[in-house]
Write a protein that binds this ligand. Structure first.
Ligand SMILES: [Ca+2]
Length: 327
């Protein structure tokens, strides 16, 4: 089964074997997801008349040389080791393999509630979580023997992270994700909640389709997973976190994560329980914020749990047209 790939936050030290944790969820109407975008450019917008034979980097950077996009960072092309061989990582992160990525612009920060509000105001867009689920579509993403849910739960809503009363098996995501009717980006914890005071927090409760719609409106696109990981690593090779191998250098938290017994109680020792305003923690070496911690982010790829194994086994493979090839 294929699922859009999402970037996973490092929830707790016991989870944070690498900064590149991901999960595949059968439901698209899922929880704590943000969006960071890369700029969509085309031949029409390329205006680098000085270069007779511009490289892809020169083309894409040149198109914007006279107008650097606001709050974006240029990531020059390069080759990096994607994934990990660390046995403490999730199986779908292994094995590590070399990938070549072309240059691209990427947002410095996650899309915020305030930014998404402008999009909705301008377009009247209705997110996936605000629509009644279509069982015929939903069951395509589920095992064949999945029973049809009762009509009472097939209503607009979203999965919401809900702490448990005691320790649970960490193999079962359903232990701490609850289906909450009426939960959506404006009401992240359910109908009685709101985003008032959280305008500068990352947008959550959005589907991959919502991310694509917003990106198109903004003249951008979702990053591929390879682009995202290349940018997130910030130029460091094979490190567990984007700042190095130590989770808390000098005792300092460098990302919004979970402290305490997951998913029972988060003490908020890093200053935040739940999401934090974008850019609350130091940027990585490329100037990008929240590339670990805070929320998950969508990428453009469709993914299989064994995709790293497949890619690493082939001599040469394009990883989605935009990104490059396995070397
Ligand atoms: Ca925290």
């Amino acid at each position: 089964m294929n699922f859009p790939r999402i970037k996973r936050i490092s929830l707790a030290p016991t989870f944070s074997t690498t900064i590149f944790k991901r999960a595949q969820l059968a439901l698209l109407l899922c929880g704590l997801l943000g969006i960071a975008l890369v700029l969509h450019f085309s031949g029409r917008t390329i205006a680098n008349a000085d270069a007779a034979h511009p490289t892809p980097d020169e083309q894409s950077q040149g198109c914007l040389r006279s107008k650097v996009p606001a709050r974006m960072v240029w990531i020059a092309s390069g080759t990096f080791r994607m994934g990990t061989n660390d046995e403490r990582s999730f199986p779908n992160e292994r094995p590590a393999h070399l990938v070549e990525v072309q240059g691209f612009w990427i947002d410095q920060q996650d899309v915020t509630n305030a930014e998404f509000d402008k999009f909705v105001e301008a377009t009247g867009y209705v997110t996936t979580a605000e629509r009644k689920p279509d069982w015929e579509e939903l069951k395509k993403e589920l095992p064949p023997d999945t029973p049809e849910p009762d009509d009472s739960v097939l209503v607009p809503g979203s999965l919401v992270f809900t702490p448990t009363f005691g320790p649970v098996s960490l193999d079962d995501l359903s232990a701490w994700w609850r289906w909450i009717p009426g939960a959506d980006w404006r009401h992240p914890e359910g109908p009685a909640s709101s985003i008032k005071g959280r305008e500068n927090h990352p947008l959550v409760r959005v589907s991959w389709y919502d991310g694509v719609a917003y990106a198109r409106w903004a003249g951008k696109r979702l990053p591929t997973e390879a682009e995202w990981e290349f940018a997130a690593r910030g130029g460091l090779e094979s490190k567990r976190y984007f700042w190095g191998d130590e989770f808390r250098p000098n005792g300092k938290y460098l990302a919004n994560t979970w402290q305490g017994v997951f998913p029972v109680h988060d003490s908020g020792e890093d200053g935040f329980v739940g999401t934090s305003p974008v850019g609350s923690f130091p940027a990585n070496r490329y100037g990008l914020y929240d590339m670990a911690g805070n929320v998950w982010q969508w990428s453009s790829d469709w993914n299989r749990v064994d995709s790293h194994i497949e890619v690493a086994s082939k001599k040469c493979l394009s990883r989605s047209g935009w990104t490059g090839r396995q070397l």
